[in-house]
Structures are given as C-alpha cells and as structure tokens.
Ligand binder design. Structure first.
Ligand code: ATP
Ligand code: MG
Length: 448
C-alpha cells in the first residue's frame, strides 16, 4: 500500500526521535585496540565506561556490526576482564571553554595538564559541530601580521586563511610556530600539539610560547603516547575551541602540529574497525576527515571573528608527494615549504620561497607590494638557478645582468628572509625592507 503524506510525516517523526533504547552490555572480544561488545546499545561517538580491575576505563563507540558494538579506549586497557560490563554514559557535559582557559594546558577531553588546579570555564563546547553556510562567510580581505618578515613580505597571510607548513623532521616547524604565536596580533591563540613527542610539549610551552604568547593561548596537548582516539579528539577539541572564540567575535590563530599525526590516528582507528586501506595504507575516511577539519577554520559570518590556521604537514624524507601532504595541499589556501637544505646551511626560518605560495596574497596586499614580491622572487630565482655554476667558479660575470645583480644582492636578500628565533619584525618594517631592497627594479606605476 502506498504511503500517504500523513503517514510519511509520521515515519519521519519516528526517525527524528530514535526508539531504540540505550542499554548496557558485555565485552566479548578485544582485538588490537578495539573492544567488541554484545548487548550494548549506544549511539556512535558516545562514551561508555568499561569495568576493569583498575577502575572504569573510558571508551568511545566507533562502529558496529549487527548486534556487536565496537569501542575504542581513551586510555590503556590493562586490567579489563573478559565479559566486563560496558555502560553507556549519556548527557555528558561538553569540554570546558571560555576566556578563563587562556594560559592553560589541557588534554584532548579538557582535563588540565598544567597543575594549575581545576578549570574554571564559563561555557562548554557543543557536542555537535555546526557547519557554516559558505555564502555567509566573510571573504578574506585583511592581511595578518605574523611577526615573521619572510612570511609578511613574501607570503602574506590573510585573516581567516588556512596555511600548511610542509617540512620533514627537525627543520624548524615548532620554532616557526612559536615565533608566530609571539608575533601575531591575534586575540586568542589555540595550539593543538598532536602526536608529537611528550618532551616537545613542555619545550613548546616554555620556550616557543613563552609568557607573552602563553597568556593569550590555550594549548591542547595529545602527545604520541596517547591512544589514537585521544590524538584524534585532541585535534578536534583544538579546532572546536578556536570555533568557540571565533563565534564570540575574536580573531583566533589556530596552530596544529601536526595534521599528519591526526591523519595517522584516524588511519589507526579506521583500520582497527575494519575499513580497507587505500592510498599508502590510509583508508578513505582519512581523506574525508581532512577537509572537514580544515573547513572549520576560516572567517565566520557577520559579527563573528576569524580563525587563521597553520597546520604542519610532515613530508617524510622531504617528500612532498606523500598522500597526506598531497591532500592537504589541495584543501589549504597556501603552503609554506621548509627546506632541509636551507636549515642545514643555518638559514632560519628555512622557508623555501620558490616553492611556497600564499594563495590569498593578491586579495590582501596592494599591487605595489605584489610587484615588489615578484621582483624579489625573480632576482632570488636567478641566483638559485645559477648557483651551481657560481659555486664552482664557472659563472662568467657579465653573462647575465640579473644574475650579476643577484650575486651582489644575495646577502641583503638572505637578510630579509632570515630571522632570529626571538626576534619579532612588524609587518610595515618587513615591507619597508622589501621595498628598499628591490624598489629600484620595480618600474614606477604609470599613472591613470
Ligand atoms: N629561527 C631560528 N633561528 C635559529 N635556529 C633555529 C631557528 N629555527 C629553528 N632553529 C633550529 O632548528 C632546530 C629544530 O627546530 P624545531 O624543533 O622547530 O624543528 P621541528 O621541525 O619542529 O622538528 P620535529 O620534526 O622534531 O618536531 C632548533 O632546535 C633550532 O636549533
Ligand atoms: Mg616540532
């Protein structure tokens, strides 16, 4: 019998409020990181407590198959017995957030890690994220002063832009992020330290962030020894906090170190619940999650602030073709590539100007600025292309006037690109250096 409109509406109502009851169950199997339970009914993404010899273990529902529910623990699962009771926890309080959190360090689910006592929070993060209508987002139109002159003058970042910081290990990602936290004129800084070494968390907070950066920053730390679920959540918590501050009208700087570890955490979880691997062992859900995460940053609607985000992307063996690096490059509004070659020669920050690009630079800078930037790049590239010849003495002076000029101006060019770790150079100062350096090469604009 065909459904009438009324009965269709009735059916729809049924779906809005599920009638399946939530119930406790028992643990039947533990495979790797996954708990299989029987009898337990709880919604996807909800928290359950699993009975154990060492007190209840928190675990999250990550999937199901028939009557079996798959859970993944937040912490180590030692002490759990076969047949342990699994109890769903509903109506949980969200993760604390608010201005009181500035200066604090929390874990992926909002527990304080800094020993400064319990968190006082004026608000809680919503359990569900809401998407922003792309048509109501304000366009990116204002430049953001990062305090790093190579970025300000050559790769200008806009307020609300999402940038990738591509680099192998140990070439200065953390130091550069630290410089930006101290030098950026953002109202609030949210730092997600995901899957990095535990030692680095302390170093980043004490050395890179320092007191000036620390007082307007919230750090969400989920180091490598956390379970994959916590690493995944850590990153999402950092983004959700940034969203909260943006929705309060603030300009937020979000730093995620690193988004590759976030993708790896999702890979571990997806493989554990049986998703098939695709590109280099990464299951498809990884490539679905990356854009969702990245899209949450950016400008808000009218009356809201902005989230300017920097995500570090590990390019293993400095390979920019890694699937995560590839996917990230496609969804971000620009990339800064750090080069091992420059770092090895003591050129810091080791930004490879030739391979880096800020896609919103034309929208946030004057034509004059862009012409100076291009003149600098041409001069710099002219030197780089003839570098091998020059270094073995095979370049004959006078054969290319641009290369001659580049050789002469190399120290000043490097002077503009290099910056001490603790130095902060305001936007206008960096621009002035650029103009005074290559101003003579830029033809004056024809009036009218
Ligand atoms: N601007 C700078 N000036 C001087 N030295 C620097 C600068 N930036 C980085 N370095 C040097 O490079 C080293 C490595 O930097 P950093 O820890 O930021 O690298 P990383 O890419 O975060 O490494 P990892 O992949 O291990 O996290 C620093 O210990 C420091 O000695
Ligand atoms: Mg680092």
């Amino acid at each position: 019998m065909p459904l009438t409109l009324a009965s269709r509406l009735h059916k729809y109502q049924d779906f809005v409020r599920p009638t399946t009851p939530v119930s406790s169950g028992r643990l039947t199997r533990v495979v790797g990181l996954t708990f299989e339970t029987i009898g337990c009914k709880a919604p996807l993404g909800s928290l359950c407590l699993v009975e154990s010899m060492n007190g209840p273990v928190k675990a999250e529902v990550v999937g199901f198959s028939g009557e079996n529910l798959f859970l993944m623990p937040y912490e180590e699962a030692a002490g759990i017995l076969p047949g342990a009771k699994v109890v769903p926890q509903l109506n949980l309080e969200g993760i604390p957030v608010g201005m009181e959190l500035l200066g604090r360090v929390v874990d992926a689910v909002g527990n304080p890690l800094d020993g400064k006592g319990p968190l006082k929070a004026s608000a809680r993060l919503p359990q569900m994220k809401k998407n922003i209508n792309p048509l109501t987002r304000r366009p990116i139109s204002e430049p953001l002063d990062t305090g790093v002159k190579a970025i300000n003058s050559m790769l200008t970042v806009g307020q609300g832009q999402r940038m990738g910081l591509f680099a192998g290990s140990g070439v200065g990602k953390s130091v550069l992020l630290g410089m930006m936290t101290r030098g950026t004129n953002a109202d609030v800084i949210v730092v997600g330290l995901i899957g990095e070494r535990g030692r680095e968390v302390k170093e980043f907070i004490e050395e890179s962030l320092g007191e000036e950066g620390g007082n307007r920053a919230v750090v969400v730390a989920s180091p490598a020894d956390n379970s994959p679920l916590m690493r995944l959540k850590g990153c999402e918590t950092a983004v959700a906090m940034a969203e909260y501050y943006r929705d309060q009208g603030m300009n937020v700087l979000l730093l995620v170190d690193s988004i590759t570890r976030y993708a790896m955490a999702q890979r571990e979880i997806a493989l554990a619940v049986g998703e098939p691997p695709a590109t280099k062992g990464y299951p498809p859900s990884v490539f679905a999650k990356l854009p969702t995460l990245v899209e949450r940053a950016g400008n808000g609607g009218e009356g809201q602030g902005s989230i300017t985000a920097f995500y570090t992307v590990l390019s293993e063996g400095d390979d920019l073709q890694d699937p995560i690096a590839d996917a990230a490059r496609a969804i971000l509004d620009g990339h800064i590539v750090l080069s091992r070659h420059l770092a090895d020669s003591g050129h810091y920050p080791a930004i490879d100007i030739e391979r880096s690009v800020s896609r919103v630079m034309p929208q946030v800078t004057s034509l004059e600025h862009q012409r100076h930037m291009r003149a600098f790049k041409q001069l710099y590239s002219a030197y780089q292309q003839s570098r091998d010849l020059i270094s073995i003495g095979a370049y004959a002076a006078g054969s290319n006037p641009l290369v001659d000029l580049a050789i002469q101006m190399l120290p000043q060019m490097n002077g503009l690109l290099q910056q001490e770790m603790h130095e902060i150079v305001p936007y206008d100062e960096g621009l002035e250096s650029l103009v005074s350096l290559v101003g003579s090469l830029v033809e004056p604009e024809v009036a009218g």
